[in-house]
Design a protein around this ligand. Structure first.
Ligand SMILES: CC(C)(COP(=O)(O)OP(=O)(O)OC[C@H]1O[C@@H](n2cnc3c(N)ncnc32)[C@H](O)[C@@H]1OP(=O)(O)O)[C@@H](O)C(=O)NCCC(=O)NCCS
Length: 164
């Protein structure tokens, strides 16, 4: 498990009342026109579902704690799904997403999952690169999975990380 020395980042499991915080983090990370939106209610549903959990990355300074990233995950018996992941723009390229995924994978493994799946848009090469660098493989394509502005459709790649 990697540790970050700078910046000092703490990863915490989100509490049941964290829907609004997660909505704000999601909106800050997914801010381009046509990006998906997740409401506080949607996050609350995940937080309250059996087998699901969310993590929050917090940048710690002497006098402030800034939430700067999140991950949402669902585990169903041996299969887990990374539902959403984001890091706010000013905290990117510091390994925070990688750390969040490592912690998600550890949590899923503890809950008995053998595989972690996710969908990533074909027009999101940064996220694809992130997942490949962590060890995910491409295992399929979902045609027209995402809807963008003007009804434009984008395929998703399904990726899998073996947790054994
Ligand atoms: C994708 C996202 C989560 C990456 O967060 P991050 O904290 O910057 O990622 P990390 O610093 O952990 O990057 C880890 C690896 O991902 C890859 N990567 C991340 N951002 C990249 C970029 N802009 N260009 C190329 N590779 C990138 C690199 O392989 C990197 O490893 P390296 O630093 O050793 O080169 C962030 O850019 C984001 O929130 N984007 C908007 C929301 C989104 O697309 N979420 C994913 C939906 S599937």
């Amino acid at each position: 498990m990697s540790q970050l020395s700078a910046p000092p980042i703490k990863i915490e499991k989100a509490g049941l009342a964290s829907g609004s915080l997660l909505e704000a983090l999601h909106a800050a990370a997914f801010y381009q026109p046509g990006d998906e939106t997740w409401t506080a209610r949607a996050f609350s549903d995940v937080l309250n579902a059996i087998g699901s959990f969310c993590l929050v990355a917090i940048h710690q300074q002497a006098d402030a704690q800034d939430p700067c990233g999140f991950a949402a995950c669902r585990v169903r018996v041996q299969e887990a799904e990374l539902l959403s992941l984001g890091v706010t723009p000013s905290f990117r390229h510091q390994g925070i997403a990688k750390l969040l995924i490592e912690r998600v994978a550890a949590g899923c493994r503890q809950m008995g999952a053998r595989n972690l799946f996710l969908e990533v848009a074909e027009d999101n090469p940064h996220a694809q690169q992130l997942y490949l660098s962590i060890g995910f493989d491409e295992v399929g394509t979902r045609k027209d999975y995402y809807q963008r502005l003007n009804n434009q459709r984008v395929n998703a790649q399904t990726m899998r990380l073996v947790l054994d």
